[in-house]
Design a protein around this ligand. Structure first.
Ligand code: IMP
Ligand code: MG
Length: 333
């Protein structure tokens, strides 16, 4: 039997998908971890035995020795891949015979990075992501199977997932719903599918899906060219206390209140069964609580009022109390 849990981000990335992946891999028995979209534009930060680890391509499952795969929904930069392997090895994580790349995954070439480096319109991470997908869909791309250095890591995803008796996969997504190529605020989006649809493209049959973990932050952040933050000085405080600087580029993230309408759309369209709302401690620190709901700002006097409002609203989207988790940074391991 093949089963899969999927992690999706309900906002603009950086909501703590890495942390959710870490907890799930620590507590559940997955045979495989799969990265299903994006390239090294992503940055997943976790704390393992007190050590900070940032991965860009490699699934968090590898930290627990789970057989980890970069799927064909992703684009891969070989230089970054080998750099990450080295970093993980020096953090004491065994990578040998544990990390694989689907043979039909497309590669980010130096030309892709050069082209992306010239972007001034979108505010990309300049990691070559967009041009690699452009080549893929223009049918001029290069697949991992054509790169000699990647040969030892190649895997046939069909045989791997469908040729065995029991396979249980954690699908780790990158970026988020607001950056999705189809459902985000085009053109200020990334070039991949950041929804459960994106996971399914990686040899995951829909029937295999058990839980869809939707991850959001108690306020929103976004990095890129569009104007996202308003001039309320509270957001500078939130950025500072929330350490809102890109894990990949170090750019300051623009901040704003959580948007319940975006959350509702992302929960429904992804078929989310569990919701994690992260960084509760940040709003507590700045003592301001607010959301946008039906395009109106609603302010709350205290944290409990905001939580109560969210619980009630999420129940109307089908997420009951027992499937809603509020998390904070002290939950670091
Ligand atoms: P690209 O994915 O590098 O082409 O960038 C397109 C947009 O997505 C830009 O606004 C990036 O800042 C944003 N983006 C891409 N990857 C991430 C991520 O992992 N977290 C947050 N924003 C991202
Ligand atoms: Mg990130």
């Amino acid at each position: 039997m093949i089963t899969a849990d999927i992690i999706v981000d309900l906002q603009y990335g950086d909501c703590a998908k890495g942390k959710v992946a870490y907890h799930l891999c620590k507590n559940k028995k997955y045979s495989h971890a799969l990265r299903y979209n994006g390239g090294c534009n992503a940055g997943h930060t976790i704390y393992h035995n007190g050590v900070k680890i940032v991965t860009h391509h490699i699934p968090i499952g590898l930290v627990f020795g789970i057989k980890s795969i970069i799927g064909p929904g992703c684009v891969l930069d070989p230089d970054q891949f080998f750099k990450e392997l080295k970093e993980l090895e020096s953090a004491g994580i065994k990578t040998k015979n544990k990390i694989f790349i689907a043979q039909n995954t497309h590669v980010i070439t130096p030309e892709c990075k050069e082209e992306d480096g010239k972007d001034t319109k979108i505010g990309t991470t300049k990691r070559g992501n967009g041009p690699a997908y452009k080549n893929k869909y223009g049918r001029t791309g290069i697949r991992a199977e054509s790169v000699p250095a990647l040969k030892p890591y190649l895997i046939d995803l069909y045989k791997e997932f469908h040729g065995k008796k029991d396979v249980s996969i954690l699908c780790e997504g990158a970026q988020g719903f607001g950056l999705d190529i189809d459902w985000g605020d085009y053109p200020f989006v990334t070039s991949s599918h950041c929804t459960v649809g994106g996971a399914i493209l990686n040899a995951i049959p829909p029937k295999a899906i058990r839980d869809v973990w939707g991850v959001a932050k108690i306020y929103e952040t976004y990095v890129g060219s569009k104007q996202f933050e308003t001039n309320d000085p509270i957001f500078a405080k939130i950025r500072e206390y929330g350490e809102e600087y890109g894990a990949t580029t170090g750019r300051p993230r623009q901040c704003n209140w959580m948007n319940m309408d975006l959350l509702q759309q992302a929960i429904r369209m992804n078929g989310v069964t569990k919701v994690v709302l992260s960084k509760m401690d940040v709003l507590r620190k700045v003592s301001r609580w607010a959301v946008f709901d039906k395009k109106k700002k609603i302010e709350f006097k205290k944290e409990e009022d905001m939580k109560k409002f969210i619980r009630t609203r999420l129940a109307t989207f089908g997420i009951t109390n027992k499937n809603l988790y509020f998390s904070e940074r002290k939950d670091r391991i």
